[in-house]
Design a protein around this ligand. Structure first.
Ligand code: NAG
Ligand code: NAG
Length: 385
């Protein structure tokens, strides 16, 4: 009997020590603040006075059922920041305008149709400058709730994810003859990038240090733009429109490199969303998609008529059988599967496709890998999962 008790006790001790070991606090994640447009809007536009084009809070948006109801996301399900929050072990980050949202894991200010410049879709969206003003309200509220020291710590430790710019070129310039008369394309790109740079500096001034960026995709391949290509018979993307995205991305890349040198402690994650999506559009089957050209939900050529859901100017629309087969969900926006795959690249993709930091580095404060780390790494250690 005594022996058995001893064994039991030994087993209990073992269990106990395991519990102690596994309850050692894991390095906690950073909060996540999101600024942007429909690529990352979690439903802020449901709460503003806007037009049907800028809303997605009705079926078949959200049809894959991850969320019980359509949330306002411009996707068949989740968007990229939902996956990033999951990998960072955070809850779903709430829309800023959701009543009584809890800000302690971060908050999402993004607004479908929103631009870097205030004139883009003015009156129907929350532009970047207004999103920055809302961030001031959040800082105030966090300071009241947590005290100044803890709020400051949360803000400097947080990751700031920015996905915005497409609307400045599409709605703000290409279908806006007045703008085209004032600015030649190069000047306009310079102005958009100038205002984005200012926004980054404003955030840095408020204590932000860690940034993630979703660069612009090939805008000329959006089904809505492809359908407008004057060389429609060629069936290709509208290259002149994609040119704006390329110019924007190149300029952003240069700005980020110099900010890294100018601003102490500024760390960022960027990646080439343009080439990544271009590959999937042109070689869909290589990546497990059946269709890289046509919207799953919409009407007309390429599904380029922005009618998904039938609540905008056109009531008729078609819906494909399986959204997972498609790169594009509606005339402007990719499917959840694209969001998920790209979130994975940003999270822990190799230095050849994301950098200088990946998001995992930023959230869990890992340092950039150096050549020495790679050479010194013990055998069998996987540097990239
Ligand atoms: C920001 O945009 C405005 C137009 O909205 C422009 O006048 C200004 O020069 C831009 N700022 C920078 C730094 O480019
Ligand atoms: C598509 O794949 C082919 C062959 O694998 C490659 O040569 C081509 O560059 C790819 N096209 C794009 C746009 O990625």
């Amino acid at each position: 009997m005594a022996g058995l008790n001893f064994l039991n006790m030994f087993a209990a001790l073992l269990v106990l020590s395991f519990r102690v070991a596994s309850s050692l606090p894991e390095k906690t994640s950073s909060a996540l603040f999101i600024f942007g447009d429909s690529t990352v809007d979690p439903g802020n536009n449901n709460h503003i006075n806007t037009v049907p084009d800028m809303r997605a809070d009705y079926k078949p948006y959200g049809q894959n059922g991850f969320f019980q109801e359509p949330t306002g996301r411009f996707s068949d399900g989740r968007v990229i920041v939902d996956f990033i929050a999951q990998y960072a072990k955070l809850p779903i980050i709430p829309p800023f305008l959701q009543p009584s949202a809890d800000y302690t894991s971060g908050v999402n200010f993004a607004s479908g149709g929103g631009g870097i410049l205030p004139h883009t879709n003015q009156g129907a969206v929350i532009d970047l400058q207004t999103q920055l003003k809302y961030f001031d309200e959040v800082i105030k509220s966090l300071t009241e709730k947590l005290g100044e020291a803890q709020a400051k710590e949360l803000i400097s430790n947080a990751v700031y994810f920015i996905s915005i710019g497409s609307n400045d070129y599409l709605g703000g310039y290409l279908i806006n003859p007045a703008m085209q008369e004032i600015y030649i394309p190069e000047e306009y790109v310079g102005m958009v990038i100038g205002n984005l740079t200012q926004a980054i500096q404003v955030l840095y001034g408020k204590g932000a240090r860690k940034f993630g960026f979703l660069s612009l995709c090939p805008l000329g391949c959006l089904p809505i733009v492809r359908a407008l290509n004057p060389k429609a018979s060629e069936g290709g993307c509208f290259e002149a429109v994609s040119g704006f995205a390329l110019a924007h991305n190149n300029a952003l890349k240069a700005v980020l490199t110099s900010l890294e040198h100018l601003l102490e402690g500024f760390k960022y994650c960027n990646s080439d969303f343009y080439s990544w999506l271009d590959d999937r559009i042109h070689n869909a089957s290589t990546y497990g998609f059946k269709d890289g050209d046509n919207a799953c939900c919409g009407s007309g050529p390429y599904g380029g008529v922005y009618s998904c859901g039938g609540k905008r100017s056109t009531a008729e629309f078609q819906l494909c059988e399986n959204a997972d087969d498609h790169v594009w969900w509606d005339s402007y926006h990719p499917c959840e599967r694209i969001h998920e795959q790209f979130a994975k690249v940003l999270w822990n993709g190799p230095a050849s496709s994301v950098g200088p930091y990946n998001l995992e580095n930023l959230f869990f404060d890992k340092e950039k890998l150096t050549i020495a780390d790679i050479v010194d790494a013990p055998q069998g250690v996987q540097l990239f999962q």
